[in-house]
Design a protein around this ligand. Structure first.
Ligand code: ACO
Ligand code: HSE
Length: 391
């Protein structure tokens, strides 16, 4: 295995993996904090039976692994997140900036923090937009990857870094599902596990919202079955997928309180019976903005691949009842949910907590925003993590 290092994050452009220079794994800690690195983990046998060749994972690290490798913390990103959890060599802020960093609850002066781009993603790991063995992008040929596939890939990265067991694995939403899968698949490798804003499996409703998103992309005339690289991209479809998703990430009260029925400033007032050329409601303009913003930084095929990986989330698959499936996990768990989340309901997190060994209490993040509260209400989450895992 080799570790290869190139650039730091590029927030507003679609990321690509640059050519790399090899380094031995032992030198990984010398790479500047918060810089994307690449690990070649070899061929990966997927749950589907397909073998994915020559897999690469993109990742970032902060801090220093201690002599007995006991201080490593894995932070798993959510659906459209990346490896840039917090700033490092560059001052580019990260998505859990106040939660990880020097002096933060996950104190990078004390812990060695690792964040890995999910397999199938577009922030450094092998995915549909990266070259297949024939040199062309995988595109339509990229296979279904499940969360268990992504976890087994990440275990190889942990091996390469010399991490036998994580001090803690943390994540919200898809990141929480990834963390849970780690704790159940590799009980001896996870000593603490925070599962935030996600339940034990994707529900029918969550799969339904996800299907509407993947179809929005697939039905874009530019999708071309997934083989659109080098030509026009399915931007309208991806933007529509993001709009659908973003509505589920925010509560009705948040959207109402923020936008109400207001017309977007500077646009023509709404007129009944004159829909052509009418101005937009503020909330329409907001969703347009969210959709267009994602299009600038994300690959549509990766969006489908990761969404389908999240659809596959089912900690019970092939393991029996929920209690039986969770029983092997030996980690200390923290389960948290946002009270206003209308996508991953707190009741689903409560059911997970009750079924986990030891039955940890459910921590509630009180926030009107909805699901995205796990990204925006860092104060409450920090308090819960500090008093449980990082005192
Ligand atoms: C490389 C990278 O950047 S990857 C970043 C990693 N990303 C992730 O981890 C994904 C998770 N992050 C997210 O989902 C989001 O960033 C969150 C949840 C943390 C915050 O959500 P945001 O969208 O930033 O916040 P919010 O809902 O307040 O939206 C603010 C944006 O809406 C815009 N907006 C607000 N009202 C309107 C309106 N009426 N019309 C148009 N746009 C509007 C604001 O101008 C602002 O634009 P900007 O983000 O371009 O500055
Ligand atoms: N808004 C976040 C949360 C999804 O759960 C994201 O885009 O990753």
């Amino acid at each position: 295995m080799t570790i290869a290092v190139t650039r730091s994050g590029e927030p507003e452009t679609k990321p690509t993996r640059n050519s790399v220079s090899a380094r031995p794994a032992a030198q990984a800690a010398r790479v500047p904090d918060g810089t994307v690195q690449y690990l070649r983990i070899g061929d990966l046998q997927l749950e589907s039976g397909v073998q994915l060749p020559d897999v690469v994972l993109g990742f970032e690290t902060w801090g220093t692994l201690n002599a007995d490798a006991s201080n490593a913390v894995l932070i798993e990103h959510a659906l459209t997140g990346d490896t840039h959890v917090t700033r490092g060599a560059s001052e580019e802020p990260g998505w859990w900036e106040q939660l990880a960093g020097p002096g933060a609850p996950v104190d990078t002066d004390k812990y060695f923090v690792v964040s890995i781009n999910i397999l199938g993603g577009c922030y450094g790991s092998t995915g549909p937009s990266t070259p297949a063995p024939d040199g062309r992008p995988w595109g339509s040929r990229f296979p279904l990857v499940t969360l268990r596939d992504t976890t087994s890939a990440e275990a190889r990265l942990a091996d390469a870094l010399g991490i036998d067991s994580w001090y803690a694995v943390l994540g919200g939403s898809l990141g929480g599902a990834r963390a849970l899968e780690w704790a159940v698949t590799y009980p001896s490798r996870v000593r603490r596990c925070a599962v935030i804003s996600v339940g034990a499996s994707s529900t029918a409703e969550q799969i339904a919202f996800a299907q509407a998103q993947t179809l929005a992309i697939r039905q874009d005339p530019n999708f071309n079955g997934g083989d659109y690289y080098g030509g026009p991209e399915p931007e309208a479809g991806l933007a529509l997928a993001r709009r659908i998703a973003h509505i589920t990430y925010r509560s009705a009260a948040e959207l109402d309180g923020r936008f109400g029925r207001n017309a977007q400033e500077s646009e023509a007032p709404l007129e009944a019976g004159s829909l052509a050329g009418r101005g937009r409601y503020q909330v329409e303009s907001y969703l347009d903005h969210q959709g267009n913003k994602l299009v600038r930084r994300f690959d549509a095929n990766s969006y489908i691949a990761i969404t389908e990986a999240l659809m596959s989330h089912d900690v019970c698959r092939g393991r029996g009842s929920l209690r039986d499936s969770l029983a092997p996990a030996t980690a200390e768990f923290l389960v948290a949910a946002v009270d206003s989340d209308r996508l991953y309901f707190p009741a689903q997190s409560r059911a997970l907590a009750e079924a986990l060994p030891g039955g940890p209490e459910l921590h509630i993040i009180e926030a009107p925003i909805g699901h995205d509260g796990f990204l925006t209400e860092i104060g409450q989450l920090s308090g819960q993590l500090r008093s449980n895992f990082f005192a």
